[in-house]
Design a protein. Sequence first.
Length: 451
Amino acid sequence: MSSIPVAETVASLMPRAKAELTELVAFRSVADFDQFPKSESEGAARWVADALRAEGFQDVALLDTPDGTQSVYGYLPGPEGAKTVLLYAHYDVQPPLDEAAWSTPPFELTERDGRWYGRGAADCKGGVIMHLLALRALKANGGIPVHVKVIAEGSEEMGTGGLERYAEEHPDLLEADTIVIGDAGNFRVGLPTVTSTLRGMTMVRVQIDTLEGNLHSGQFGGAAPDALGALIRVLDSLRAEDGSTTVDGLTVESSWEGLQYDAEQFRQDAKVLDGVELIGSGTVADRIWARPAVTVLGIDCPPVVGATPSVQASARALISLRVPPGVDAAEATKLLQAHIEAHTPWGARVRTEQIGQGQAFRADTSSPAYQAMADAMAVAYPGQEMQYAGQGGSIPLCNTLAALYPHAEILLIGLSEPEAQIHAVNESVSPQELERLSVTEALFLRNYAAS
């Protein structure tokens, strides 16, 4: 059966896709209910559930997961004896950060310079729309040749593990022959890419206390131990002089074999300021896909405006540590906590608390599903061959699914190419990528059914 009608159908559906993504982006579905109303996430979950019902999905359900969020599930039966494919995306998003820094409102999808801007447009509400487009294209061109399960997670960005624990408690729910994770991205716009590895992650909150209360810096400074100063010393110990991550006992010299990332291109993608050096050693691919990376996500301390001349009694920080495949995230957490405690100066009291964790992932790229995806991408992206790349981010559910369903083939595709600026201000999605990847997914499902 020709692929041309599929591509034509997807093209005709793009205005509808934009309208739907506009509706979905409008929900401020950040799964941090101290910052954003829970009703916003619940509204986005209901939107996804209604969309699945409209496409004929059965057993559509809002799953109350152990972390207090909802994931959306649906099942669409295919022909008798067909294979089962699970399609994954998440509807929760990162906080918008400084809304005033956005060129257009973060929760209003806005077209500008050929891209659609809005929080979640690429990561990963666009992934929900991609799945819907692919299924609609197949329905209009001979039908969907596989059984389809869809799961849309509600707390992926928080790393709180609700869906992982729910899946472990209901192991039959998400079982499939192949799983397509729609939460990755092409190496660059127009270059079809599957993500073959994901770094794992851990997040640790650290608090340092030195005094019963703040003291006048003129009267006590110079002898009274400064908690903020102690915290700065701890955080500095996590990096070598060149910026490489240095956590005691953690391997830092792994190398990436495969698609390489040109350093100048990386500077442009990351928007590194002129004259500022890249950090770390080895190739860029080594640094972002194959080696651990520590990031200080936030510090609780007095702001400059309004600060008083005081020695600080307490200080806190939130630290993220990304780890490559082959490094156990739980062990990395222990090493990070031990490092923090060992490098806390002056006998200061230190407490660490893990608040999120996800294991690294490595796909089996020799499986038949990868050939079906390569063939689909060759059609959707004429003249291009499928590439394999790593991903510095983590999707904790991947390892849960791999453990629950060891026979399943897992593929990662998606809309989060570098220009998308996911997690940053002015996140956007390329509508051309949305269209081509929707065609890719539709053709993949057809190819895989015939394999």
